[in-house]
Design a protein around this ligand. Structure first.
Ligand code: UD1
Ligand code: UDP
Length: 370
C-alpha cells in the first residue's frame, strides 16, 4: 500500500504546541503515513523551545524570522518558500493550524500548488475582521482554501457551516491543545524555583502579546498590575514577556524592577503548564491559555474585548475584561476579595477537548486519503 505523505507546517509557538502531538501521532503509524515537518520559523527561539520538548526535528526549516518583522514579509516569504518545499516534497496533504500568518500563507501556497489542505483548529470566529488583527482574516482565508476542516467545538462547526463550508468536510475533533497539555502535565515535573516566587503570596500569572493591544492597551494593563500589587501586599505577579519588541519595550519600561512583579523570559511549555497550575488567577490575551487554564481549574480574565473562544466564557470560568485599567483592577480585586466569586470561576471544565483530538484527525485523514 502506498503511504500517505503528510506535510505538517507551522511557525510560531502556539502552532508548534498544538501540532506537536499530531506529528507524534502520525509517527505511530509508519506503515500508513510518511510524516514530513516544515517549520517556517516565524518564531525562532519560542518555536525551538517546543521542538526540543517534543523532540521534533523538522525536515524543512525556512528560518524566516527577522527582528521586528512585518506581515508583508512573513506572508510573501512563506508563500514563495513553501512553493519550493511542495515541489521537492510532493505531499498528498498539507496540514496547517489556526490563524497565524504562517498558516494562512502556507495554506494559500498549497492551494496554488493544488495540494489538498487540512485546517487544524478550523472555524474559530469573532466575526469582526479587526479583532483579533490579523488573525480573524487569516483563519477565514485558511478555511476558504482548505479542503478538510478539523473543528474543535460545536460552535466552530456551526461557524464553518455559516461560512458555507461543505458539511461533509467538517469534522468535530476537539482541540489538540488539550492533547498537548495532558501529555505535558503527565510527563514533566518542572522546577520553578528560578523565578524566585514567595510561597506565602498568591500568584497572578499574566501574559499579553496581541497586536491590537500594542500601545495604550498594553500600558493600561501594566498600570493595572502596578495598582494591584500596591493595594494587595499578599500577591505577586509573574509575567513571561513575549519576545516581540512591541511588548518588551512598554512592559520593561513600566514594570521592570518593581516589588513583587517578576518579569521573566518566555517559558518553556512544561514549566509554563506547572506555573498555570500554581497560579491563583490568570490574566491573559492569549488564545491557547484561554483553552488550557479552564481545564486546570483556574479563573481566567481575558484582556480583550472579544474572543473567538466563547465556550469557557459561557461556562463562567473565563471573563472578558478588556484593557481599561480600572476595569482590570476591579475584576481582579473581586476575585481576591470574594471567595464565592473565586469559587464560581475556578471550577475545572473542559469544553475544548478530551486529549484524543490527534487520534481523531489521524483516523479521518487515513479514511479520506487511503
Ligand atoms: C504571532 C502571530 C499571532 C500569535 C503569536 C503567538 C501572526 C501575524 N501573529 O504574533 O497570531 O498569537 O505569534 O505568540 O501570525 N520574536 C523573537 N523570537 C521569537 C518570537 C518572536 O525575537 O521566538 C520577536 C521578533 O522580533 C519578531 C517579533 O517578535 O519579529 C514578532 O513576531 P511575529 O510572529 O511577527 O508576531 P507575534 O506578535 O509573535
Ligand atoms: N506558553 C508557553 N510559555 C509562555 C507563555 C505561553 O509555553 O511563556 C504557551 C501556552 O501554554 C499556550 C501557548 O504558549 O499553549 C500560547 O501561545 P501564545 O500566547 O504565544 O499565542 P496564542 O495562543 O495567543 O496564539
Amino acid at each position: 500500500m502506498k503511504k500517505i505523505k503528510v506535510l505538517t507546517v507551522f511557525g510560531t509557538r502556539p502552532e508548534a504546541i498544538k501540532m506537536a502531538p499530531l506529528v507524534k501521532e502520525f509517527e505511530k503509524y509508519p506503515e500508513t503515513f510518511k510524516s514530513v515537518v516544515c517549520v517556517t520559523a516565524q518564531h525562532r527561539q519560542m518555536l525551538d523551545q517546543v521542538l526540543k520538548l517534543f523532540d521534533i526535528k523538522p525536515d524543512y526549516d525556512l528560518n524566516i524570522m527577522k527582528p521586528n518583522q512585518n506581515l508583508w514579509t512573513i506572508t510573501s516569504e512563506v508563500l514563495l518558500l513553501m512553493k519550493e518545499v511542495f515541489e521537492e516534497c510532493k505531499p498528498d496533504i498539507v496540514l496547517v493550524h489556526g490563524d497565524t500568518t504562517t498558516s494562512m500563507a502556507a495554506a494559500l501556497s498549497a492551494f496554488y500548488a493544488r495540494i489538498p489542505v487540512g485546517h487544524v483548529e478550523a472555524g474559530l470566529r469573532t466575526f469582526d475582521k479587526h479583532y483579533p488583527f490579523p488573525e480573524e482574516i487569516n483563519r477565514v482565508f485558511a478555511d476558504a482554501v482548505c479542503t478538510y476542516h478539523f473543528a474543535p467545538t460545536e460552535t466552530s462547526v456551526e461557524n464553518l457551516v455559516k461560512s458555507a463550508i461543505p458539511k461533509e468536510h467538517i469534522y468535530k475533533t476537539g482541540n489538540t491543545v488539550i492533547d498537548a497539555l495532558l501529555h505535558t502535565v503527565e510527563n514533566n515535573k518542572a522546577d520553578l524555583s528560578y523565578i524566585g516566587l514567595d510561597p506565602n503570596l498568591k500568584t497572578i500569572l499574566l501574559t499579553s502579546h496581541r497586536r491590537e493591544n500594542f500601545g495604550e492597551p498594553i500600558r493600561n494593563i501594566c498600570k493595572a498590575v502596578l495598582e494591584l500589587v500596591e493595594k494587595n501586599k499578599d500577591i505577586q505577579v509573574v509575567y513571561p514577556v513575549h519576545l516581540n519588541p512591541n511588548v518588551q519595550q512598554p512592559v520593561k519600561e513600566l514594570l521592570e524592577g518593581k516589588e513583587r512583579i517578576h518579569l521573566i523570559e518566555p517559558m518553556e511549555y512544561a514549566p509554563f503548564c506547572s506555573l498555570m497550575k500554581e497560579a491563583h488567577i490568570i490574566m491573559t490575551d492569549s488564545g491557547g491559555v484561554q483553552e488550557e487554564a479552564p481545564s486546570l481549574g483556574k479563573p481566567v480574565l481575558v484582556l480583550r474585548s472579544t474572543t473567538e473562544r466563547p465556550e469557557a466564557v459561557e461556562y463562567g470560568t473565563v471573563k472578558l475584561v478588556g484593557t481599561n485599567t480600572n476595569k482590570i483592577v476591579e475584576e481582579v480585586q473581586k476575585l481576591l476579595d470574594n471567595p464565592d466569586e473565586y469559587k464560581k470561576m475556578s471550577e475545572s471544565i473542559n469544553p475544548y477537548g478530551d486529549g484524543l483530538s490527534c487520534q481523531r484527525i489521524v483516523e479521518i485523514i487515513k479514511k479520506e486519503l487511503a
